[in-house]
Design a protein around this ligand. Structure first.
Ligand code: ATP
Ligand code: MG
Length: 434
């Protein structure tokens, strides 16, 4: 019979990769914590309407990427394609957005029916960070500082490039949109098919086209930045001045737009030149009108989303490797000594919560158990054979240095030794560059 395979574009994480995943997730958790952000968790399924109404009907996500279906009651549900709409829903539903400034983060899978390729999947993981209730550019700067802290804490070797732009307010966008449509209509037949369609649905998104010919036409298109009102200009100037003061390098990219309708004012992306076409690792910006649009009181907001797979690819390219060797490997004879060994391991784990203690549960010979002990990366083997069992003792062997003779000691002495045992670093893990 044929094996059933996973769904295209939805990836398994194998043991060989999961340590790197946990490394990234742990650093993310530490970093958002250090900025004082609180975690929220929302369901993976929401009413389809939540995304349709708030992300924008003419966006790629809603037009062609959402996993929608009717459940058994006939309700239209969707697998969440992003997290911001859910975060705002949560904030309104539980009255949190009426309680002043909120700073939130969440991490989990998102779903989009895209063409799977490197760095683009149908199930992918995002870290989302959102802050509500601050109008000033300082909070935009905090978002950028937080993302920058992530790159720093992850020890990314090559820096990511920060690109920023402003989308202004709805009014400035409208004026610009008219000029843009006028301009692009003059080149209608030379635009790629997608862009021709977007000319009438979502012209701003044409600026994001990957088509070479279209890109050339865009180069001389009217720039939104030239149509900003005073307030939008002042906000953007404050962001740029802040970045200068903080010494964060950036590039203003007038063609930077986001694929979601709710963005206003500042938008930004962190881009890597090591990932090919899918170079955007992190993207975000302000969405000052979304809360009101969703039925709340007007409330400024800013956030970003970071794709964990792209970060993982980047760390792998930079040859970051996380090893999680066992600390202690327990070798024993099946039967009564084995039970004694299991008990001993239990005592050690209770006393030293961070140690990895692996007990061999096989019927293999000591020779083969030692082979597995070496493979586990453990520094120490504890051996329990018939003699050790009858004498309530344990033989301890240094796996790193075969010169050191193994010793049989009473249980208490071994436990005291293990209490002192230490060999590292980050959460019991070893971080290495090859
Ligand atoms: P892109 O232009 O790369 O499609 P987007 O504008 O659709 O990005 P957002 O919705 O802003 O991206 O998502 C933020 C981040 O989430 C992206 O920068 C990327 O790192 C990640 N991401 C988005 N879609 C996918 C996907 N299909 N597979 C893997 N990661 C993704
Ligand atoms: Mg996309």
């Amino acid at each position: 019979m044929e094996h059933i395979q996973a769904i295209r574009g939805m990836n398994d994480v194998l043991p060989s990769d999961s340590a790197l995943w946990r490394y990234i997730e742990n650093i993310i958790r530490q970093t958002v914590y250090s900025f004082g952000y609180d975690e929220i968790r929302t369901p993976i399924l929401e009413k389809t309407e939540l995304f349709k109404r708030n992300i924008g009907a003419a966006t790629d996500i809603v037009e062609k990427e959402m996993y929608e279906f009717n459940d058994r009651n006939g309700d239209s549900l969707a697998l969440r394609p992003e997290g911001t709409a859910s975060a705002v829903r949560l904030g309104l539903e539980h009255g949190l957005l009426a309680q002043g400034i909120q700073r939130w983060w969440y991490m989990g899978p998102m779903y989009r029916h895209e063409r799977p390729q490197k760095g683009r999947y149908r199930q992918f993981y995002q870290l989302g960070v959102e802050a509500f209730g601050v109008m000033s550019a300082d909070i935009d700067l905090e978002m950028i500082l937080l993302s920058e802290a992530l790159w720093h804490n992850l020890s990314l070797r090559a820096p990511l490039l920060l690109q920023i732009n402003t989308l202004g307010t709805a009014t400035s966008r409208k004026t610009h949109k008219e000029k843009l449509v006028d301009y692009l209509s003059g080149y209608h037949d030379e635009l790629d098919v997608d862009s021709q369609r977007r000319l009438h649905t979502n012209p701003l998104r044409i600026l994001d086209s990957k088509d070479e010919k279209t890109q050339k036409i865009i180069r001389d298109a009217p720039k939104l930045i030239d149509y900003l009102d005073e307030a939008a200009k002042a906000h953007f100037d404050a962001v740029c001045a802040g970045l200068d003061a903080l010494g964060i390098a950036y590039q203003i990219n007038p063609a930077l737009v986001r694929g979601l309708d709710y963005y206003t004012h500042t938008v930004f992306e962190w881009v890597s030149n090591e990932l090919g076409a899918q170079g955007t690792v992190c993207a975000g910006g302000r969405y000052d009108s979304l809360v009101e649009q969703m039925g709340g009181k007007p409330m400024p907001a800013v956030g970003f989303a970071l794709g964990l797979e792209r970060l993982l690819l980047l760390l792998q390219l930079q040859q970051v490797e996380v090893q999680e060797p066992a600390d202690i490997y327990v070798v024993s004879t099946p039967g009564a000594p084995r039970l004694y060994a299991l008990k001993l391991a239990r005592v050690i784990r209770n006393r030293r919560k961070n140690l990895r203690v692996v007990t061999d549960c096989s019927d293999a010979s000591f020779k083969n158990q030692f082979k597995k002990a070496d493979k586990s990366g453990a520094n120490i083997a504890l051996i329990v054979g018939e003699d050790e069992y009858t004498e309530k003792s344990v033989t301890i062997k240094n796996l790193c240095n075969p010169e050191v003779a193994q010793k049989r000691l009473d249980e208490e002495t071994v436990l005291n030794f293990v209490d002192e045992y230490n060999r590292r670093d980050y959460n019991g893990r070893i971080l290495q560059r090859r």
